[in-house]
Design a protein around this ligand. Structure first.
Ligand code: ADP
Ligand code: MG
Length: 474
């Protein structure tokens, strides 16, 4: 088996077991450079991917390799820049060299490259000649008051890497996930950190809505060109909630030019959205592919431990104490987003201050009743997706998860699979499990079929839009 084949198999397996965002981020542009007796070297595009493959994915990668090469018990990663990656893959495609010759070649190259990478250094920020914008950053957000859990570790790590080396590692960074899950906190922290590292940096944070409003004003006052030039002069642009672009053609058009000019100049773009680029309706293809072309990281709901840690951190910040029982009650019952969790805490604190005594658990249950019950209602889960699809096609959710092979349930089943993958980012085995304990290959087949069909079936695209409207939180 060649090293290309081996890596294809390993990637195939990894793709099934981790989320799509993680997979694309960490495994895009990776390849095996050589296989020695019991070790193997993997080329990755940057230091950050190196850390993640060697630490976080070490076990998974090794397990998968060992199925094919049981003797291999370790691996290491070397950094290959894009250009070298291309050269290498062409080289391999034309005339696969012997593994031994590659060992030498890559050892030499990797040493040089590490040096080059260091020499390149980060974006060089000059003192801007005229800084028209304030950074707009809120100093209350920083990395140290952000709690990292499995729900946000990818986005957090990406933000930290960018703060260290803006414009270099991941560009653009696209963070997506539901409301109140820390997107704004993360990107503002990144901005604050960059500014702390280099006060000369010309940086601006704003929401897409505000950008659109400024643009309209500029056009009305015949300053559109100057407006764009001001943005293009930035070193770093942080844009929050770009889903606002949906259906706004003119804004998209103007924004595209700003985006592209910054991007071409190697300036850092950081973007958030409440959903992945694919699920933003009526967004220009070229903009979507730009968004998808950098790094995408999702944030999802924090698990119980993370929620407890968040409450503790917020209490510390607010200099307020609650007993363990109350903390656990809140963490167990407010699970949908962190903003609500904070809202509940604020309510408790205000009440305690007014009454000049700590409310009891029973009083707290009462105080937070509206938040906890609302939480249960709007739980966006796989159930909700299956239900929305079933409802749209006028069948029962149990039909989708059942054994029937009737035409009228097969299509909805495929759509449910597609949405579970696209919008919830579930792995294929997880999806198979939800759709009536089916094999992951069924999920892969359905997903691929839907992707192909969607390309030339506008009616299907429209149906998806309606279904999504049922479950997406606007
Ligand atoms: P989003 O932009 O995703 O809607 P925000 O960043 O506005 O969410 O987060 C909502 C609130 O929850 C903010 O006050 C933020 O500080 C807090 N928050 C969210 N996630 C975390 C976290 N992991 N650690 C600490 N605070 C968090
Ligand atoms: Mg936000």
């Amino acid at each position: 088996m060649s090293k290309e084949e081996l890596w294809r198999i390993v990637l195939g397996e990894l793709e099934l077991s981790i989320s799509k965002a993680n997979f694309t981020t960490w495994f895009k542009n990776t390849f095996i450079v050589n296989i020695e007796e019991n070790s193997l070297t993997i080329a990755v595009p940057n230091i950050f991917a190196k850390e993640w493959l060697e630490k976080k994915y070490r076990k998974k990668i090794l397990q998968s390799i060992q199925k094919n090469f049981p003797k291999i018990n370790t691996f290491s990663c070397i950094i290959e820049t894009d250009q070298n990656t291309k050269q290498n893959s062409n080289y391999n495609a034309n005339n696969t060299p012997s593994i031994d010759s590659l060992v030498k070649k890559n050892q030499d190259q990797s040493q040089n490259k590490t040096i080059n990478l260091r020499r390149e250094q980060s974006l060089q920020f000059q003192t801007p000649q005229r800084r028209v914008f304030s950074s707009n950053l809120n100093p209350r957000y920083n990395f140290s008051n952000f709690v990292v859990g499995t729900n946000n570790e990818l986005a957090f790590a990406a933000c930290q890497a960018i703060a260290r080396d803006p414009g270099k590692v991941y560009n653009p960074l696209f963070i997506y996930g539901g409301v109140g899950l820390g997107k704004t906190h993360l990107i503002q922290s990144t901005g604050n950190q960059i500014l702390a590292n280099n006060p000369n940096v010309n940086i601006r944070y704003l929401s897409m809505e505000r950008f659109a409003n400024e643009l309209v004003d500029a056009i009305q006052n015949k300053h559109a060109k100057e407006f764009k030039n001001n943005y293009i002069a930035l070193d770093i642009l942080i844009l929050d909630d770009v889903q606002f672009l949906a259906g706004r053609e003119k804004t998209q058009h103007e924004f595209f030019h700003v985006f592209d000019a910054l991007y071409q100049a190697g300036k850092q773009l950081i973007i958030t959205s409440d959903r992945p680029p694919k699920s933003i309706p009526t967004i220009e293809d070229r903009l979507r592919s730009r968004f998808e072309g950098g790094m995408m990281a999702d944030v999802s709901n924090p698990d119980l431990e993370t929620r407890i840690a968040i409450i503790q951190k917020k209490l510390l910040e607010k200099r307020f104490e609650l007993n363990r029982e109350i903390i656990e009650y809140l963490a167990e019952n407010i699970y949908h987003n962190v903003r609500e969790l904070e809202g509940a805490l604020n309510k408790i604190i205000v009440t305690a201050q007014l009454r000049n005594k700590l409310p009891s658990l029973r009083e707290i249950i009462d105080l937070t009743k509206d938040i906890t019950s609302q939480n249960q209602r709007k739980d966006l889960s796989s159930n909700k997706i299956v239900e929305s699809v079933a409802q749209y096609y006028n069948i029962e959710p149990k039909d989708i998860c059942g054994t029937s092979r009737k035409r009228k349930v097969i299509k909805p089943r495929q759509i449910a699979i597609y949405l579970l993958r696209k919008d919830l980012n579930l792995s294929y085995p997880e999806i198979g499990e939800i759709i009536g304990g089916r094999d992951h290959s069924t999920a892969i087949y359905a997903f691929d079929k839907m992707e192909t069909e969607l390309k030339n079936n506008p009616e299907l695209t429209n149906q998806l839009k309606f279904i999504r409207e049922k479950f997406v939180d606007y």
